[in-house]
Design a protein around this ligand. Structure first.
Ligand code: BG6
Length: 502
């Protein structure tokens, strides 16, 4: 198969970016891995792009005793390999402060309040304060309640002038009931429009591109339906195993860790109806509608639509129970019961320790209805396939047929390829840059509203229950393999096959 590079006519039609307003960011769990690896470098990148306000400051919080200086030194290490002039790094790091204490003690929140007041005198950041919870979800309720009691959680509309937001990482609950419970607890302290539930996949440029691609081109939308599309495959394959996160992962598994959030969000973006505007609730309303159209499953029917597996050797990983039945691979066949998608199969799979790291959405169109080349032996003409490559080689490719030069009738399958790196020549920005900037700007488009999240759990609840009740042995697959038999059978039973992982 040959690749054709498109000629880029114009890389920029309209470009809108707004710099963040003055604000203070308070991060709980600030000495943790995510903060050092992702958040601090992303904030520096925003600073470098002049998207962070001159009146920005950050308070890290944690149980570890750290002085401001010690916290800054950790940040300097985290930024050692980041691409920015030293003067910018130095300026950024001086904006970092640290408050240590027990998350359950009022002292911590009193100290945060005092520090915020002092920093407001210094930076004049005004009333916009963001509280980022990079801590285990068990602490979300405790911290929110303390913030409320300390008067730090009130929104502008209350008698206080504090314009506060709460940012939480996944997992948001571990099933429908716990997600509700968590939301009720947080909801006593923060209103829905103050809460930013992060799914870092939504911050990826290529995931956001799904909206641009679908709704800024006339070419594809008319064929984006059951009349032209045979099926859609969504894949997130990883080569890594659970690494140092065995304990967390063993209580989670692939369904909760990847499927409930990243995969269903990508499904919603690829399949939802066009939003009326590119505004937060317009987009999120359409996602909700789509998730509500997922064909409901009964517990008894789960095994026909969902399969799971575990990589061999998983139970020897640190932090993992030796008799663990936690899945590291999930594959599913989903249906969307609406006019656009009725009877189209959506196949989704995600797994750890597979042959390649790749995330993609592949849309396979129906075969041509009749081949006029059949008498020359060309009756099985391959279908068109549009692949959105989310990572690692971000881009898109469209498979089509064309005449090969030479013989009278010689057909070849070609790929028209678009590569972000080749066209734009830049490394993709870390998704936390987008997400942190949007939080500061108060734009919730890329964050999960509770009703959408609730619908993801509602759909998966029968799966969780069926798996918890099952005594069947969990099938295993070889680390590094491309094939997991149970997943292959799921799709092959319909006369289709998974795309190779490469
Ligand atoms: C996280 C999961 O949300 O996403 C991890 O908890 C997973 O288990 C990671 O490895 C994958 O993210 P990315 O951006 O590397 O595809």
């Amino acid at each position: 198969m040959k690749d054709i590079q498109p000629k880029v006519l114009s890389t920029e039609i309209a470009c809108a970016e707004t710099a963040a307003p003055p604000c203070a960011l308070v991060i709980f769990g600030a000495s943790g891995d995510l903060v050092q690896r992702k958040l601090i470098p992303s904030l520096l990148a925003l600073h470098h792009k002049k998207l962070l306000s001159d009146r920005f400051c950050l308070i890290g919080c944690g149980r570890t005793e750290l002085s401001d200086q010690a916290f800054r030194e950790k940040a300097v290490q985290a930024l050692a390999h980041e691409d920015a002039p030293q003067a910018e790094k130095d300026d950024f790091v001086t904006r970092l402060y640290f408050v240590s204490g027990d998350y359950n003690s009022e002292d911590l929140y009193r100290n945060i309040t005092n520090k915020l007041e002092a920093l407001n005198k210094k930076y004049d950041y005004g009333s916009r304060t963001l509280f980022y919870l990079s801590v285990p979800p068990l602490l979300y309720g405790i911290i929110s309640e303390h913030l409320r009691q300390a008067g730090l959680a009130c929104s502008q509309s209350s008698e206080h002038s504090m314009d506060a937001s709460l940012i939480v990482e996944k997992p948001f609950g571990h099933d429908l009931a716990s997600a509700h419970e968590l939301n009720t607890t947080i909801g006593r302290c923060f209103k829905e429009d103050q809460i930013y539930r992060i799914d870092h996949y939504l911050g990826k440029e290529t995931v956001q591109n799904i909206l641009m691609f679908r709704f800024a081109n006339t070419l594809f939308e008319p064929v984006w339906n059951r009349n032209y599309i045979d099926h859609i495959q969504i894949t997130i394959a990883e080569t890594l195993g659970v690494e140092h996160r065995g304990e967390y992962y063993d209580h989670s598994g692939a369904l909760r860790d990847m499927f409930q959030n990243h995969m269903l969000q990508m499904l919603a973006m690829i399949a939802m109806e066009p939003p009326v505007t590119f505004e937060a609730d317009s987009v999120r309303d359409e996602k909700l509608k789509l998730l509500r159209s997922l064909r409901p499953l009964t517990q008894e029917a789960v095994s026909q639509y969902f399969v799971r597996g575990q990589y061999a050797g998983y139970t020897s990983e640190p932090g993992v129970a030796r008799d663990s039945k936690t899945e590291t691979y999930v594959a599913a066949k989903l249906h969307i019961d609406n006019w656009r998608w009725r009877d189209v199969h959506f196949y989704l799979r995600t797994g750890k320790r597979l042959a390649a790291k790749t995330t993609e959405i592949a849309v396979t169109f129906k075969r041509i209805p009749h081949s006029l080349f059949a008498s020359s032996g060309l009756d099985e003409i391959p279908p068109n396939v549009l692949v959105m490559k989310i990572q690692p080689e971000e881009g898109m490719s469209l498979r089509f047929q064309a005449k090969r030069p030479g013989s009278k009738l010689c057909m070849g399958t070609l790929n028209m390829d678009f590569s972000y790196e080749k066209v734009f020549g830049i490394k993709m920005p870390e998704s936390y840059q987008r997400l942190l900037l949007d939080c500061m700007l108060g734009d919730q488009t890329l964050f999960m509203r509770f009703d959408t999240l609730e619908n993801t759990w509602r759909h998966l609840d029968p799966v969780l229950k069926a798996w918890a009740a099952s005594s069947d042995p969990l099938p295993t697959y070889d680390p590094g393999s491309d094939r997991f038999d149970a997943a292959s059978q799921l799709i092959e039973a319909d006369g289709r096959s998974w795309r190779p992982l490469d």
